[in-house]
Write a protein that binds this ligand. Structure first.
Ligand SMILES: [Zn+2]
Ligand SMILES: [Zn+2]
Length: 251
């Protein structure tokens, strides 16, 4: 009975979606091009899909830095060989340049939630196997300082984390990792200053939810890894067993 009701609901939803598609043809949430065949998956046109989400990302498994050499070893990775990073691995949708950089900058604006959702879905579609292999127990977005969150009206990592939580079927923990310091923006700081700038920025509220947990930590961009490393350190000191990071773009 429940199954048939659900089938009917799905049918109505499908018809409604098709009807809306005829009246208002769906458009790419990034460049506004008409979409002719996309009623499921990320609302991006073929060109934006290619520019924003390469099929593969060849990166250092520890810090996500792009690598070109197949025989590469992370003992001499410029992104992490001399830096103590507290997360265990990084998953990346693409490089922080051209199309994806534009998209990331646009999705930070208050009215661009559909673009954040589309990039979250694209991250899932392109890196599904790797995301599943992490076997995350919970998903945690990198939080903003409360006043900044209020001013901006949204926190992108939270939108992305919501997408991945739905896709993976695990809970997103909001308000467990808290940003307790209103740190200066990282942009424009030297790598060493970035690590200093975020020191002590986070704290964990209600550590019970993350004790011994495998955590998937979500941010939009990773540059030196300072912010995610500080967040991972805070989570691990509160009892997390493992912290993997997933980001839309790797600078
Ligand atoms: Zn487009
Ligand atoms: Zn590395």
């Amino acid at each position: 009975m429940i199954g048939s009701v659900r089938g009917l609901q799905d049918g109505i939803r499908g018809l409604r979606r098709a009807g809306c598609g005829l009246l208002f043809p769906p458009r790419c949430v990034h460049c506004d091009a008409d979409l002719f065949d996309t009623l499921s998956g990320p609302c991006l046109c073929a060109e934006c899909l290619t520019r924003c989400g390469p099929e593969q990302w060849y990166g250092c498994p520890r810090c996500g830095a792009p690598v070109s050499d197949e025989n590469y070893s992370f003992d001499d990775c410029p992104g992490c060989c001399k830096t103590k990073l507290w997360f265990d691995t990084v998953l990346v949708l693409g490089g922080y340049h051209s199309g994806l950089r534009d998209a990331v900058l646009r999705m930070k604006r208050p009215s661009h939630d559909p673009l954040s959702l589309a990039l979250g879905q694209l991250l899932w579609e392109r890196r599904r196997d790797h995301l599943s292999e992490i076997r995350a127990d919970v998903i945690v977005p990198v939080p903003m300082y409360w006043r900044r969150r209020l001013q901006r009206g949204k926190n992108n990592p939270e939108t992305l984390a919501g997408c991945l939580a739905r896709a993976l079927g695990v809970s997103m923990l909001r308000g467990v990792l808290v940003r307790q310091l209103n740190t200066k923006p990282q942009a424009g700081l030297s790598p060493a200053s970035r690590f200093r700038n975020v020191r002590g920025a986070f704290r964990v509220r209600r550590p019970d939810g993350i004790r011994d947990a495998r955590i998937l930590l979500i941010d939009d961009v990773l540059t030196t890894g300072a912010t995610c490393s500080e967040a991972a350190k805070t989570l691990k000191r509160a009892g997390a067993a493992m912290v993997a990071v997933a980001v839309v773009a790797r600078a």
